[in-house]
Design a protein around this ligand. Structure first.
Ligand SMILES: Nc1ncnc2c1ncn2[C@@H]1O[C@H](COP(=O)(O)OP(=O)(O)O)[C@@H](O)[C@H]1O
Ligand SMILES: [Mg+2]
Length: 507
């Protein structure tokens, strides 16, 4: 067998973390090889070593059979490796082709031969069906196109082995499909592709073989056509996982939240929410889908008292609560799991147990006769730690000493453990592992079944589909349409995410 990439016994340590623990990776020439694993499993770290951004502490790397030691990406590029990062590295106010040739402009004498460069970039774009307008500025491109510019950039530098780190995280379903077409085309042209993801359906759809990672180690080498999402999930998590949420039909009750013609500005003072109206009833989950940055954050912040409402109203059980601060909203039974949890949610130099009751530290049973009731607090905290599988299982540690994922779990656990009437949750499972996601989904559904009204904002379409009773799709500050998950398709929602109105699609 000919291997494009062999990584053997790779060890990489960070202070306090063994990010890669004797990892072996074998990537065959011309295949699409997926690396899957939960957040923090060590995927990006492994790829950064392959791309020369990090040096392994131990282990060996072979490219096309030759042993290599890279001292930087320039070495990796020389060996035909290209990487498209999770966060793009393009210059916003330059055109596509200018971005592609940055740093390696072809010279005619001493001046840049723009015409030649532009033509080469154009040729590459056409050859691989990338369909990029080479003269368009990056800032005018949707994210999906920007990503293609990144791909062209690696090809222009002669990449034969392409690494794509979570490329679909920022894409609509249609853009994902288009990316997959491009990857298939690259493969047909003999390129080798390493595709990193934690989305099992994508891995099943696009890869030939799969390497599964968990806590820095390889836990499985699979052939895609001979495995199942359940098997991959088990290897990722270390136990059986329920991938679908059980949810029984339920009739929603009275209206809790009403948003009427709401207008909100973003940090730059531009209209981010443009006349949105919606309702959430008792016992229903209303999901808001959309690509990041279409006004969802501003909408949530306006509803939860964190951002000014320019125009319009927010009502709770018919009462006007526009502009109420978070404390007053809590008193009414309205709770919020914020998107930027680490900024808003924790006191890092307080013990974890205190953080699990933050916001309720003034009320019974956590306060008795004016004093904190530590026994009560700690037993409550231990229960949450157990339920949410927060690690390490030590409530005495300072909140700041937990890993990012576990800090998130502390906050989510706390907010869900209040007994809200209305819950506004933004990206409740972002950064969490499959096991924790499963638990949080179950908790949200059981809260709904107990009559809590839930407004759910999520970039994860799977999450929106499996939890929501109704789905609203947001695009550029407006609602493109409302659908029920059982009566729509991912394609239809995807089209709305890209700015098409439902009436227009169903016409
Ligand atoms: N530069 C760094 N410094 C310290 N720790 C890091 C650094 N990069 C990654 N880590 C840690 O290494 C582990 C693996 O991270 P990463 O490779 O990014 O995982 P993945 O890409 O699978 O989500 C995590 O615990 C992460 O916090
Ligand atoms: Mg990563």
């Amino acid at each position: 067998m000919e291997y494009a990439v062999v990584m053997k016994g790779i060890v990489k340590r960070f202070p306090g973390v063994l990010a890669n623990n004797h990892v072996d990776l074998f990537v065959e020439k011309g295949e699409i090889h997926a690396i899957v694993g939960e957040n923090g499993a060590g995927k990006t770290t492994l790829m950064k070593q392959l791309y020369g951004l990090l040096k392994p502490d131990e282990g060996e790397i072979y490219i096309n059979g030759t042993k290599v030691e890279f001292s930087g990406p320039a070495d990796a590029i020389k060996h035909g490796i290209g990487m498209v990062h999770q966060h793009f590295m393009l210059v916003e106010n330059l055109t596509a082709y200018e971005n592609v040739i940055i740093g390696m402009e072809p010279k005619k004498g001493l001046i840049l031969d723009r015409k030649k460069a532009r033509n080469e970039v154009k040729k590459l774009s056409e050859e691989y069906g990338l369909m990029v307008d080479v003269d368009m500025k990056i800032e005018d491109m949707p994210v999906g196109l920007q990503q293609r510019v990144e791909i062209i950039k690696t090809l222009y530098r002669g990449a034969d082995i392409l690494i794509l780190d979570e490329p679909t995280a920022v894409l609509t379903p249609q853009e994902t499909e288009e990316l997959f077409d491009i990857l298939r085309r690259l493969k047909k042209n003999g390129k080798t592709i390493i595709f990193i993801s934690h989305k099992l359906n994508e891995v099943m759809a696009i890869s030939d073989r799969i390497t599964v990672m968990r806590q820095g180690k390889v836990t499985g080498n699979l052939i895609t056509s001979q495995t199942t999402p359940q098997e991959i999930a088990r290897l990722m998590v270390g136990r059986d996982v329920v991938l679908t949420v059980e949810k029984k039909p339920k009739k929603p009750g009275e209206t809790l939240l009403e948003v009427k013609d709401l207008w909100v500005k973003d940090n730059r003072g531009l209209d981010a929410v443009k006349g949105i109206s919606l309702e959430v009833k008792k016992g229903e989950i209303v999901g808001i889908a959309g690509v990041a940055g279409n006004g969802q954050s501003e909408l949530v912040e306006a509803i939860t008292g964190l951002r000014r409402v320019e125009k319009g109203k927010v009502l709770f059980k018919g009462k006007d609560i526009t502009g109420y601060d978070p404390k007053r909203l809590r008193d009414l039974g309205i709770y919020h799991v914020p998107e930027d949890r680490l900024k808003r949610g924790l006191i890092v130099d307080f013990p974890a147990y205190f953080n699990t009751i933050l916001g309720r530290h003034m009320i019974e049973p956590f306060v008795k006769n004016g004093f904190l009731n530590f026994r009560e607090i700690k037993s409550f905290s231990r229960k949450l730690f157990e339920e949410f599988d927060i690690r390490p299982r030590n409530i005495e540690l300072l909140a700041g000493s937990f890993s990012g994922g576990n800090q998130q779990k502390i906050i989510v656990a706390r907010e869900l453990s209040f007994s809200p009437e209305l819950l506004v949750v933004a990206q409740p499972t972002r950064g969490l592992d499959v096991g924790a996601i499963e638990f949080i989904h179950k908790t949200l559904v059981s809260m709904r079944d107990r009559g809590v009204g839930i407004l759910l904002i999520s970039m994860e379409l799977d999450e929106i589909f499996s939890l929501s009773d109704r789905i609203l799709v947001m695009y550029e500050g407006q609602i493109m349409g409302e659908v029920r998950p059982e009566e729509t398709t991912r394609e239809e929602v995807g089209l709305m995410m890209a700015g098409h109105r439902l009436e227009e699609i169903r016409k």
